[in-house]
Design a protein around this ligand. Sequence first.
Ligand SMILES: Nc1ncnc2c1ncn2[C@@H]1O[C@H](COP(=O)(O)OP(=O)(O)OP(=O)(O)O)[C@@H](O)[C@H]1O
Length: 308
Amino acid sequence: MTTAPSLAPATDNDTVLRADGVTMRFGGLTAVRGVDLTVGAGEIVGLIGPNGAGKTTFFNCLTGLYVPTEGTVSYRGTRLSRKPHLVTQAGVARTFQNIRLFANMTVLENTLVGRHTRTKEGLWSALLRSPGFKKAERTSEERAMELLEFTGLAHKRDHLARNLPYGEQRKLEIARALASEPGLLLLDEPTAGMNPQETRATQDLVLAIRAQGIAVLVIEHDMRFIFNMCDRVAVLVQGQKLVEGTADVVQADERVIAAYLGTPVDDTPTPDNATAPAAAPDAAAASDAADETAPTGRPHQGQTGDTP
Ligand SMILES: Nc1ncnc2c1ncn2[C@@H]1O[C@H](COP(=O)(O)OP(=O)(O)OP(=O)(O)O)[C@@H](O)[C@H]1O
């Protein structure tokens, strides 16, 4: 399989993220092979592909969770660190496919955790509760509350994360990621487990995030969500980028249809009470999506943990 070149790559001035030749090997398995990808300012870029195609591994390479075997990743023209907290500090935030909230902390506290890369007050200042610390704490709380308003969770500020319905846990992950004031947000299957109304609300939220000047790179199996919203879509198959382009280009590409989509995506709106997945990219993904359409409780309800 030959690797597809980046279509309409962002020019250097407006490039937010640039990945060049990213390869990740686990022993004898090459999970990601020579992937180039750019995300420009103000863009929403989709990353799709069958289960096991390497999408999450690629995200992990971008965010310092994995050190790529080969290739480079830069953010606004500067090579990114290989340490996740420095990647966040540089301006790249992410959510996880399997929700990673602090289950026994409140919604507000979880959001405040996301602020830690933006606060300068040190340990002594915190222990002594210095005026500087109190002011920083107030500012962080105000900002966290703004983000909870923005994501529609303000009324749940004092609820424990583990008691939130599943769709709200995903929103809280987004609020926490936004709390680090990113310039680029990476979303790993943000609608997994959501019902159609929640999926539409998440689509609106992602558009609102872009309107705030934050670029978005999103992995998603829901093809309607991807093709409705993304400016560009890249397709990974067996670790390699097969095609990249607009929704129309990708949906019409016979290799993508053969490798992933199966049939062209019908953009007929899903009825509100439907529970079937929005699209069935392949048999495995379809069965995953079907498993994940339960709005709360199943299968990820218990996945909040104390160690994000
Ligand atoms: N830490 C690891 N060690 C060994 N193999 C891994 C590791 N992480 C991922 N892999 C393998 O790399 C391949 C790509 O996995 P990855 O999770 O990135 O795919 P994906 O496209 O995100 O799949 P899905 O859509 O199911 O989430 C798979 O074969 C997976 O088993």
